[in-house]
Design a protein around this ligand. Structure first.
Ligand code: HIF
Length: 295
């Protein structure tokens, strides 16, 4: 009928339910990893969401998740982004199914889905990012260098607008995933359960004895007991710097506190660089896990 035809022509604003559908599609894809790494694309997608957001500079208001500039060279080729083509290509499949979503919304939503599906805390999220152009790419050097110390971590994360407590809460995400010698040069996972979100990163940091790995690769630490786990110099600094250590110990002792603080800090990270008037909802949404939707 004419009414149906005109309805089809109207471009409706996607609803929370539409984004929940995208979340669900992403969640299923994360699980289709089989032989890849530890059997999940979750960790690499969390890293994609973070690297898309962590270029933010509060002084100039540039960078952040708004324009999804990692789609363009040279940002896609920045050494810090090595290996993230894996996440970007996975998300391309989702984009084909939901062409109306912006890349910035898609990548950040994927980070949320990955954390929630890997048993992490709920991450409040809302859409509104728009696709930018190649001239919006950020300069190299805005993402952290894992070989450095506390001063560098502060320089990088204060530039984004985070404080010491938020920095330490964020770094607990290294409970997930692993380093790849062909991407960053570093090698190995931080925890024994790299596809489950836990506070094990902090527990291991304090409970294990960490020694420098003897190898030709970049300086990293390994646990003395098994030699199978790793810490980056920037991770180990959380046990050395007085202010960082206080928070890291609190998160080692209290998983609920870590989940609460991580959720707030990661939600903040994902919104960096997005003008508030662009968001379609005044408050971020809580999307449901696949498991919750079964009930
Ligand atoms: Fe990472 N991070 N990150 N990171 N990161 C790597 C991998 C992951 C830093 C360095 C590295 C955060 C902060 C910092 C994840 C998530 C987050 C790797 C290995 C390096 C070198 C890449 C590879 O070889 O594949 C540094 C220096 C950071 C500042 C201290 C965030 C807090 C922890 C912001 C964050 O969320 C995840 C997940 C991975 C695992 C990726 C994978 O493919 O498994």
């Amino acid at each position: 009928s004419a009414i149906q035809a005109s309805k089809a022509a109207v471009k409706l604003t996607p609803t929370k339910e539409d984004y929940q559908k995208v979340y669900n599609t992403i969640a299923h894809i994360l699980d289709e990893a089989e032989e890849y790494d530890d059997g999940s694309f979750g960790p690499v997608v969390v890293r994609l969401a973070w690297h898309a957001s962590g270029t933010y500079d509060k002084t100039t208001g540039t960078g952040g998740s708004n324009y999804a500039t990692m789609r363009f060279e040279p940002e896609s080729l920045h050494a810090a982004n090595n290996g993230l083509h894996v996440g970007r290509e996975l998300m391309e499949k989702v984009k084909q199914q939901y062409p109306w979503i912006s890349y910035g919304d898609l990548w950040t939503l994927a980070g949320v889905a990955a954390i929630q599906e890997m048993a992490g805390p709920k991450i409040p999220w809302r859409p509104g990012r728009i696709d930018g152009v190649a001239s919006n790419v950020t300069p190299d050097g805005r993402l952290p260098d894992a070989t450095q110390g506390a001063q560098h971590i502060r320089d990088i994360f204060y530039r984004m607008g985070f404080n010491d407590q938020e920095i330490v809460a964020l770094i607990g995400a290294h409970a997930l995933g692993r380093c790849h010698s062909d991407r960053s040069g570093f090698e190995g996972p931080w925890t024994f359960s790299p596809t489950t979100f836990t506070n094990d990163f902090y527990k291991l940091l304090f409970e294990e004895k960490w020694v420098w790995k003897k190898w030709s690769g970049p300086k990293q630490l390994q646990d003395k007991k098994t030699g199978t786990l790793m810490m980056l110099p920037t991770d180990y600094v959380l046990t050395q710097d007085k202010s960082f250590k206080k928070y890291a110990k609190a998160y080692a002792d209290d998983q609920d506190l870590f989940f609460k603080d991580f959720s707030a800090a990661f939600a903040k990270l994902l919104e960096l660089g997005v003008p508030s008037q662009q968001f379609v909802a005044s408050e971020p949404w809580i999307l449901q896990t696949l498991e919750e939707q079964k009930a």
